[in-house]
Write a protein that binds this ligand. Structure first.
Ligand code: AHM
Ligand code: MG
Length: 334
């Protein structure tokens, strides 16, 4: 019998080109920016796979970032390479990064796009070989000045032009949206290309997995405590108890939620009264992806995407995932 050879390979760059051709007015600038994400992701991936061998890539730098968190060597590496890729690509006029107190202003004539990024999400997991990620969000500038302004970055998530994440795990993937569905690309390390492996991702409307750091349960708002209790009650008819799964890298927990269904919760706690996760470069891009895949994302009072940001590093509670689970959780509010 003749061997069937699959030659139907769509690379990330090829896919970006196809998408661009759908919009005759496209300038190619967004495409260029997305290609920069792909390149930096490959560089970070290469370094991460070697992190256990290169001693200077493990552990902390001894410094703390603007949020008072210990900075890891890989945080610095990822931050520098993503920023360098955006600068080299010449399509980006500014960046807000988890690793930098203030915005990075790029004096690039004609550049209209700005990026909010968590270069290495879940970095406390690197030293123990657990999946980590990169989360990014792309906006178009609204100011007309010569250089990008603070207000350009403080647009609500509904104004995102594109958003996505990279998951560095048993395989490395980029999952992104430009508001026209969600597509996932798996890195084939042999050819060095991200290849379309998960076209038009849609998440299940129901799920049986709850993802949260239960060690803070007594500090959660009452309605979340009620929802957690409900989730782990025994009731055959509604297939409870649900399963508890928590990696502690948002990207990994969200990726599983997207593929298998479920709900991810990061409520306010005593130490983080506004929640721990950051609106601009964690919650907004993830919420854009989740909604585009048919799920829901809320801070308990409103859609995350409709929040009006007031500062670069502001935090918010987030509850997101399968639509019916999020609805059920919100019912506990009343
Ligand atoms: P980081 O961006 O500094 O790595 O922190 C964000 C991470 C998320 O990936 C994860 O969901 C959360 O912090 C875990 O926090 P906790 O250990 O409090 O559960
Ligand atoms: Mg993070």
């Amino acid at each position: 019998m003749a061997t069937v050879i699959n030659t139907n390979l769509t690379t990330l760059n090829g896919f970006i080109n196809i998408q661009e051709r759908k919009y005759p007015a496209a300038t190619g600038n967004l495409s260029g920016l997305l290609r920069s994400v792909g390149l930096a992701a490959k560089i970070v991936n290469r370094e991460l796979t070697m992190a256990g061998l290169a001693e200077d890539m493990m552990g902390e730098t001894g410094e703390t970032n603007v949020q008072g968190e210990n900075v890891k060597h890989m945080d610095v590496f990822a931050n520098e390479h993503f920023i360098a890729a955006f600068k080299r690509g010449r399509r980006c006029c500014g960046i807000v990064s988890e690793e930098q107190d203030d915005m990075v202003v790029i004096d690039e004539e004609g550049a209209q796009y700005l990026v909010c990024i968590d270069p290495l999400d879940g970095s406390s997991n690197i030293d123990v070989n657990i999946p980590v990620g990169t989360i990014f969000s792309i906006y178009k500038r609204i100011s007309k000045d010569c250089l990008v302004t603070k207000e350009d970055f403080l647009q609500p998530g509904t104004k995102q032009i594109a958003a996505g994440y990279v998951i560095y795990s048993s395989s490395t993937m980029i999952v992104y949206t430009t508001g026209d569905g969600v597509n996932g690309f798996t890195l084939d390390p042999a050819i060095g290309e991200f290849c379309l492996s998960h076209p038009n991702m849609q998440m299940p409307a129901d799920g049986k997995i709850v993802s949260c750091n239960l060690s803070y349960k007594s500090e959660f708002p009452d309605f979340i405590q009620r929802y957690v209790d409900y989730s782990f009650e025994h009731d055959k008819a509604s297939q409870r108890p649900y399963n508890l799964r928590y990696v502690g890298s948002m990207v990994a927990d969200i990726h599983r939620t997207l593929l298998k269904g479920g709900i991810f919760l990061y409520p306010p706690t005593t130490d983080s009264p506004k929640g721990k996760l950051r609106l601009l470069y964690e919650c907004n891009p993830i919420s854009f992806i989740i909604e585009q895949a048919g799920g829901a994302s809320t801070n308990g009072k409103q859609r995350i995407l409709e929040m009006d940001p007031t500062s670069f590093h502001e935090r918010t509670p987030i509850y997101c995932g399968s639509k019916n689970m999020v609805e059920q959780m919100l019912m506990m509010h009343n």
